[in-house]
Design a binder for this molecule. Sequence first.
Ligand code: ADP
Ligand code: MG
Ligand code: ZN
Length: 488
Amino acid sequence: MPKFEPVIGLEVHAELATLSKMFCGCPVVDSTSAEPNSSVCEICTGMPGTLPVINQRAIEYALRVALALNCNIAETSVFARKNYFYPDLPKGFQISQYELPLAQNGWLDFETENGERRIRIRRVHLEEDTGKLLHREGYSLVDFNRSGVPLLEIVSEPDMRSTEDVKVFATSLRSILRYLEASSGDMEKGAVRFEANISLRPLGTEGLGTRTEVKNLNSFRAMVKALDYEIERQDQILAGGGEVKQETVGWDEVRGVTVSQRGKEEAHDYRYFPEPDLPPLHIDPAWIDRIRIELPELPSEKKARFVSEYHLTPYTADLLVEERAVADYFEVAVAHDPDTSPTKIANWLTGEYFSLLNLAGVEIDQSKVSPQSFAELVAMVEREDINATSGKEVLEVIFETGDSPIEIVESRGLAQLNDPQAIMDLVNQVLAENPKQVEQYLAGKTTISQWLFGQVMRAAGGRANPALLRTNLEQALKILEESCRSGG
Ligand code: ADP
Ligand code: MG
Ligand code: ZN
């Protein structure tokens, strides 16, 4: 029986982070919270006789993305009308780019569990968003606030071969959009939307199978689940000798299945033709050069630098560079305290600190923990001024109050107990207080030493140097064992 491999291409729509819309001066507002139809005009509601004007900032953002994706930029590109009727599209057509897109033939490189991957980018073009329908009991309302918001469409070649590829491609792309400040990348608000085209083909063959287009992927998690489902569904059809139907399917998050939405429309259904109200878009090569020079260090470059400069593992570097604000925070912390190992700072950051931020739903640049305080905290743990458990406690307090770590350690009496004699006294005290457990230990139940460790740590108020505690406890138990064997 032939085994099949998945073939996947993504279409990505990103709302550009401009202040005003694509072809009019209306402010871009948060369409999930603003009063409906509060930011509309005769242009973005498609009144007859109005004329669109291209938003230059939108083009600049699009060029940043196209350059970061290694695309060729067209000196001349053309806006076209994509004609179709829908209540959220007042003009009866969407202005988009079709035959002559802004940019073509790029690529995005990234690393996955399966090694280095390169996904080719077919095209990057500009278009405008539609309005939004709000469905009520028995009728629908339409909000045109989103109508005319600049959208960037990025289309990949069908180069992905697994859901892992898709996940890493999509997260890398979102991360790049955010680094470039071209889009907020906010998936929950629909500022980036992913659609996946997926087909299967017999392993070892090169042709393309019949695909379905999967929509309604509102999170990376949903995307992975939907594609896993679709791979399994198509596999069963093909393995049974059947044929996959070319169609658009929607992911039903609640039921965990894809549902057929409609047959696939073809490009000729849209009757594309050049937008007569807009001139061809000429781009000055000097402008492209300027934007290229001003591109920030991108996530993949930052990752390579973090690995070579700070000797981080690629895995840790990945966690740090996904968000530019996190990467910057890390570098400020490292620079603040050159004596503390960057790996220790990175581990505390991606471990304890990330979980605090996630739990509270706070972004790192909104946190009360300054990178300087954070570096001081990690340094205190590394110098063994405090132990790791106290370190966690201190981090939580800084997170709540913004106080300095040194003050917190002093006011809470968290300084680590490093005096061997004091620790030995506590060990002896605990052994004396727990004769039954000591007896069990001596009878061969060695796991009880872990419990005794915990008791001593408790007696020390959680402040004991754990390594010293362990050696002292082991030593005390050994003495007991020997005296027991010698019949003492
Ligand atoms: P459409 O115009 O219908 O959206 P395109 O040919 O532009 O179709 O392709 C859209 C996306 O689908 C691209 O990302 C492309 O890589 C992907 N794609 C095209 N054919 C296949 C296929 N047979 N299997 C998987 N993905 C495909
Ligand atoms: Mg499509
Ligand atoms: Zn408007």
